[in-house]
Design a protein around this ligand. Structure first.
Ligand SMILES: NC(=O)c1ccc[n+]([C@@H]2O[C@H](COP(=O)([O-])OP(=O)(O)OC[C@H]3O[C@@H](n4cnc5c(N)ncnc54)[C@H](OP(=O)(O)O)[C@@H]3O)[C@@H](O)[C@H]2O)c1
Length: 197
């Protein structure tokens, strides 16, 4: 697949590494692109199979409308909004989740929430003593969500469909839970797992 990753920070670089290792083509959309696979934000969604949002949540309101996201395009939202500033003019009381806020900016697209419940450093090496980390996935379009479930599984996650985008608040709160655990444990070397029998 061909991906546009928006944001060349910790998450963007880790996902770039994971996806290129799997043979996908990745372009990084940045404010000030450098040589290689980096492109400007404006129009960067055009011609790719999926866009991944890996920018600070506060910037989504200004970034997303610039990307040129098309009808039916897949947008994977890895941002975490809770406990952080919201884009100017919007507040958490207007939306139940950041994922639904992003979907409201691009109603023509299929937004799928994924990758926000684990530290960036584990995204390109999700192995924990042979156990795959739990990766909840939610979105309104079944085909788009299916693609993301397949992608996350191929990256080494234990990916599960948890429902439509109204469930995004749950996974965004899991992001907060991950951060609370990190603060108490004093390290980032863990992930959530799902037990089965
Ligand atoms: N860190 C984690 O472990 C983790 C885990 C899961 C989810 N998340 C979420 O993933 C997102 C990215 O986190 P991160 O840790 O990768 O952050 P980061 O290291 O600060 O990187 C964010 C990138 O976004 C770009 N950016 C910043 N402000 C921007 C603006 N106003 N307009 C356009 N681009 C802007 C910057 O790239 P350029 O300077 O190249 O433009 C920056 O490198 C956040 O929403 C975070 O909550 C983080």
């Amino acid at each position: 697949m061909e991906f546009t990753i928006v944001g060349a920070g910790q998450v963007g670089r880790s996902l770039e590494s994971a996806l290129t290792t799997l043979g996908h083509r990745v372009r990084l959309a940045r404010r000030a692109p450098e040589a290689g696979n980096e492109v400007a934000l404006a129009g960067s969604a055009q011609g790719c199979d999926a866009v991944i949002l890996a920018t600070p949540f506060v910037a989504t309101g200004e970034i997303v409308p610039q990307l040129g996201i098309g009808q039916g395009q897949l947008v994977i939202d890895a941002t975490n909004p809770f406990g952080r500033a919201w884009p100017a003019g919007f507040s958490p009381s207007d939306f139940s989740s950041g994922g639904e806020f992003v979907q409201s900016l691009i109603p023509q697209a299929h937004v799928v929430k994924c990758f926000n419940v684990i530290g960036y450093e584990h995204m390109d090496r999700p192995q924990f003593a042979g156990v795959a980390p739990f990766m909840p996935v939610c979105g309104n379009d079944a085909e788009a969500k299916g693609s993301v479930l397949e992608l996350a599984t191929s990256m080494g996650f234990d990916a599960h469909d948890i429902g439509d985008l109204s469930k995004a608040a749950l996974v965004e709160n899991m992001g907060l839970l991950w951060g609370a655990l990190r603060d108490v444990k004093g390290n980032r070397e863990f992930a959530f797992g799902l037990l089965h029998r």
